[in-house]
Unconditional design. Structure first.
Length: 328
């Protein structure tokens, strides 16, 4: 973990208000109450970043956290958060559901809609935060997945639990060039864990349609840098109709065009965080992945990842700096 904040150095009467400011700066805009008006409140947050993901460790005394409609209306924050209970008990409330978390369990919640977090005793929790558009581009009906308990002791949930615990322990020792790859692996494992919850079933594809989908994805991967890549060019190259292409993508969370742009943005993100490409400008990287307008690239990047390309590169390059590495 790279940064650490604690209420220990704050006078008792100011600790709760300090904590509210701290959680708002670290996560999203929230309200927070504690027993006895916070007279005996204590809390600590350690935080680290993996490209566009943020992982935090929260240790604190009892509290009630609320993401209210008023807070949502004042900001454009769009994130999914995953709370993994380490010690104590936690409750996540959203979309008419309540998830009770015992140590090892985790649950998802969405910053674009109201939610509540309840802790009736001392606790420690790990919180993974990722851009909302990233998960929505990979999973259908994400609203059906919020505030549902995932058992972290078995199956894909166990993989999520294990990886988060490993990151908490080893994040500072990761090689800088591997941070983006680790972040993408974390996203993949999280999707696998959430998929166990079900939700709206994806349309069933015939064997031929599934074959076409795989053909399409392979063609896109090979020609992703081509600015002329489109449904039409893919149809001609594979000798299938545009309607066949759209049918093949009917089980995906987004349309083929949206998926292509998402793949390009993900590739550009990896290059922006690659120290070997530090001398290449943001525009050069954007154009190399099929974009032909720097302003459009910047807007699309911010919409997907919640930050500008330049801000992400600056954060990644700071991680790559020898002075930022522990013990160096």
């Amino acid at each position: 973990m790279e940064r650490l904040w604690s209420t220990d150095t704050i006078v008792a009467k100011d600790r709760l208000s300090y904590w509210v400011d701290l959680v708002c700066d670290t996560f999203v805009q929230l309200d927070c109450d504690a027993p006895d008006n916070g007279a005996s409140f204590r809390g600590e947050i350690a935080c680290g970043r993996l490209a566009t993901l943020t992982l935090s460790q929260v240790t604190a005394t009892p509290q009630w956290v609320r993401r209210t409609p008023a807070k949502i209306a004042r900001t454009s924050e769009d994130y999914f958060l995953v709370s993994l209970q380490a010690t104590g008990r936690g409750v996540v409330i959203q979309d008419g559901r309540t998830a009770e978390l015992k140590p090892g369990d985790f649950a998802l919640y969405d910053s674009t809609r109201p939610y509540e977090l309840v802790f009736d005793g001392e606790f420690r929790q790990y919180v993974l935060q990722l851009p909302g558009t990233v998960l929505r581009s990979r999973m259908q009906d994400t609203e059906a997945l919020t505030a549902r308990t995932v058992d972290g002791r078995c199956g894909a949930g166990h993989l999520v639990n294990s990886m988060i615990n490993s990151l908490v322990r080893d994040m500072e020792s990761l090689e800088p060039a591997s941070l983006t790859a680790v972040a993408e692996s974390m996203e993949n494992i999280l999707v696998a864990g959430l998929s166990t919850l079900g939700g709206t079933p994806a349309p069933q594809l015939s064997g031929l349609t599934a074959f076409h989908r795989d053909q399409i994805k392979a063609h896109v991967a090979t020609h992703l840098r081509d600015p002329n890549l489109s449904v039409g060019t893919i149809a001609r190259a594979l000798k299938i109709s545009p309607s066949t292409i759209h049918r093949a993508f009917s089980s995906e969370a987004v349309s083929l065009n949206s998926w292509i742009w998402g793949q390009r943005l993900d590739a550009a993100k990896r290059d922006l965080c690659d120290p070997a490409l530090a001398r290449r400008s943001v525009s050069e990287i954007a154009f190399s992945w099929g974009f032909n307008d720097a302003a459009h690239f910047s807007r699309a990047f911010r919409a997907r990842f919640g930050c500008t390309p330049r801000d992400l590169r600056a954060a990644c390059m700071a991680d790559f700096s020898p002075s930022s590495r522990p013990g160096l």
